[in-house]
Design a protein around this ligand. Structure first.
Ligand SMILES: CC(C)(COP(=O)(O)OP(=O)(O)OC[C@H]1O[C@@H](n2cnc3c(N)ncnc32)[C@H](O)[C@@H]1O)[C@@H](O)C(=O)NCCC(=O)NCCS
Ligand SMILES: Nc1ncnc2c1ncn2[C@@H]1O[C@H](COP(=O)(O)OP(=O)(O)OP(=O)(O)O)[C@@H](O)[C@H]1O
Length: 200
């Protein structure tokens, strides 16, 4: 069984998946895979450099993520173009990672992705769980964690599904607006549920 774990920027997906990991659950993160497909030597990075010029590259030839972020979250057309280049590669590699994780036949594995519903990756999973917090908490936690402006965070939020839409598509929900201890209690309950569901 594959569980898709999603949530908007800074909702707490990485923190939540570490709680599942401590219960023995294997996982793969689409953000990590999206980083792999733009490494130097990858065709996606060559396409990006061709479209935006060397201004989006650092001196060592790797992607200047901050520059590209500023471009794509200020222009939906450029974001859609970038997604059309990266998402097919991300999907292909996610399938490979998932197959590898399932080889040892764990009760279930997790696919962590901010864009599970937006990018159609939900077709790869049996069930979805949303890490839910109000937008104001997403904003506060992003500003505390990353070197970004409030307007940039609002632009990223606008490029993602609304909280309501995400909740309406979720099979399960983890409320991460409280303490990490409260989050871990919900994770332990869901883990039991998923283990029961995966029994033949
Ligand atoms: C624009 C890039 C270079 C910015 O890199 P940066 O290191 O600053 O951010 P990072 O990759 O850690 O993403 C941070 C968060 O931004 C949000 N985000 C990223 N890409 C997108 C997108 N296309 N649409 C909406 N939100 C996005 C997600 O919540 C993500 O968790 C990078 O996000 C990227 O390559 N995005 C396109 C690929 C993609 O869609 N990735 C999302 C997972 S498939
Ligand atoms: N319950 C919580 N209470 C307080 N802070 C939290 C809680 N959960 C997560 N955080 C903090 O909020 C920030 C965002 O969490 P995390 O990095 O796990 O989110 P994410 O959804 O993986 O983010 P992104 O989509 O940007 O990759 C981190 O600094 C994390 O330490």
């Amino acid at each position: 069984m594959i569980i898709g774990l999603t949530g908007g920027i800074a909702s707490g997906k990485s923190t939540v998946v570490r709680a599942f990991e401590s219960l023995g659950v294997p996982w793969v993160d689409a953000d990590d895979v999206a980083r792999e497909v733009v490494q130097p030597g990858e065709p996606a990075l060559a396409s990006i450099a061709e479209r935006f010029g060397t201004a989006v590259l650092q001196e060592d030839g790797s992607l200047d993520r901050r520059k590209l972020r500023e471009i794509i979250f200020n222009d939906p057309k450029q974001r859609l173009w970038l997604e059309s280049v990266t998402h097919p590669q991300v999907r292909k590699r996610l399938l490979e990672h998932l197959e590898r994780l399932q080889a040892s036949q764990p009760a279930y594995v997790m696919l962590v992705s901010p864009l599970l519903f937006e990018s159609g990756q939900d077709a790869l999973v049996d069930r979805s769980v949303v890490v839910d917090v109000p937008e104001e908490i997403q904003l506060q936690r992003t500003l505390a964690r990353d070197d970004v402006s409030e307007s940039q965070v609002r632009a990223i939020l606008a490029a993602q599904l609304s909280r309501q839409e995400r909740l309406s598509r979720a099979d399960d929900v983890i409320d991460n607006s409280g303490s990490e201890t409260e989050m871990r209690e919900q994770v332990a309950q869901l883990d039991q549920r998923y283990r029961n569901l995966s029994r033949p």
